[in-house]
Design a protein. Structure first.
Length: 331
């Protein structure tokens, strides 16, 4: 197979660290879970398909090491746990967050990885366009609900939002976020992935402004990777596109282990410990398209998202805002 890929070279251990990974039952998320498990973390697979998550846990336990590494790591392995999470349901997100807040004394790493690409036009039970909620809105809410716990686990905490190069095709359609007027599968995906980067930037700014230290935020493009992400392609591109992506393109694209490297880099590498709010590709900070760098769009998106999710009043002070949200969750 021919691909260009950079590896995360950090050998840092994650003993006594707790990491939550959404969509960790397959693809890039599962390989990230495998890596963190090897580094000694307690890894929480937050997944909607719990049976598939159980299979992933068995696979990770039985094969914790890629063959090339088996001689290098001799230390203790971590722990694996499964929590049910369906990002298409705000109710499920709140329930998952409540359980995590109750059961887990600390959370150091949150990987917002789960996602779908180019689905047909559908709405979630909450009335949002499917990709908008799965890829962006759901992770926004989950992150804010877990932030108090992450804050109390700091320093050394990191939040990683898995975006995509496809954000370059994106716009934030403030007057039609659900794309009711002109839906396009790529348009919706690109919007959601642009939103991931803007959220990263704005959260980093708000953390800084609220003088909350010890939590860094990253967004990234993992590369083009052979995973189940093409599951909708036959329906929204052309019949046979899914087969082409998985079987023909496999010669030219990354495998999931390679695809997980930039996530792992952002989540653990000492080299980026002092960076926050940036976008990464191939294990280094890169420049996203101009809209993803625009402070005004980032702030407007945050405000609009709070309105959509009824997280109001949206206080400019992050500390008091988080207190309001926690109170709302407890009600
Ligand atoms: N593969 C690529 O080339 C590529 C390129 C750029 C960016 N990315 C991004 O990388 C991330 C991981 O994708 P992948 O390539 O590993 O794809 P994948 O193999 O399809 O994995 C996606 C994961 O997300 C989960 N998921 C989807 N909708 C969910 C929901 N509503 N609630 C909870 N979990 C949900 C899936 O769970 P189920 O098994 O239950 O469906 C699965 O575990 C995505 O954010 C994607 O946009 C991938």
């Amino acid at each position: 197979m021919w691909t260009y890929h950079k590896l995360c070279t950090s050998k840092v251990r994650l003993d006594n660290k707790v990491a939550v990974i959404t969509g960790a039952n397959t693809g890039i998320g599962k390989e990230t879970a495998r890596d963190f498990y090897r580094r000694g973390a307690r890894v929480i697979l937050a997944c909607r398909n719990v049976e598939k998550a159980k299979e992933a846990v068995e696979d990770i336990k039985n094969n914790p090491f890629p063959s090339t590494e088996s001689q290098q790591y001799k230390d203790e392995l971590g722990e694996l746990a499964i929590y049910s999470l369906d990002l298409c349901s705000l109710k499920s997100i709140k329930e998952c967050a409540k359980k995590l807040l109750t059961n887990e004394p600390v959370i150091h790493i949150l990987i917002n990885n789960a996602g779908i690409m180019m689905s047909p036009h559908e709405k979630t039970e909450d009335g949002f366009e499917l990709q908008l909620q799965s890829n962006y809105l759901g992770h926004f809410l989950l992150t804010l609900l877990l932030l108090p716990k992450i804050r109390s686990s700091a320093p050394g905490c990191r939040i990683v939002n898995v975006s995509s190069l496809a954000h370059v095709f994106g716009n934030i359609h403030f007057d039609d976020m659900n794309l009711e007027r002109s839906y396009g599968p790529l348009k919706a995906y690109a919007q959601s992935k642009l939103a991931n980067i803007l959220f990263t930037k704005e959260l980093a700014r708000r953390l800084k402004e609220a003088e909350i230290s010890g939590i860094n935020v990253y967004s990234l493009h993992p590369g083009v990777v052979r995973t189940e992400l093409g599951r909708y392609f036959d329906r929204t591109i052309v019949l046979g596109a899914k087969f082409f992506y998985r079987h023909i393109m496999r010669l030219f694209i990354k495998n999931p282990t390679q695809g997980a490297q930039t996530i792992i880099h952002c989540a653990v590498d000492e080299k980026v410990a002092d960076e926050t709010g940036l976008y990464y590709g191939e294990c280094r900070a890169i420049r996203p398209q101009w809209k993803a760098r625009d402070d005004r769009i980032a702030k407007d998106l945050w405000d609009q998202t709070c309105r959509l999710l009824h997280l109001e009043p949206n206080d400019e002070n992050l500390t008091t805002f988080l207190q309001t949200i926690s109170r709302q969750l407890a009600e």
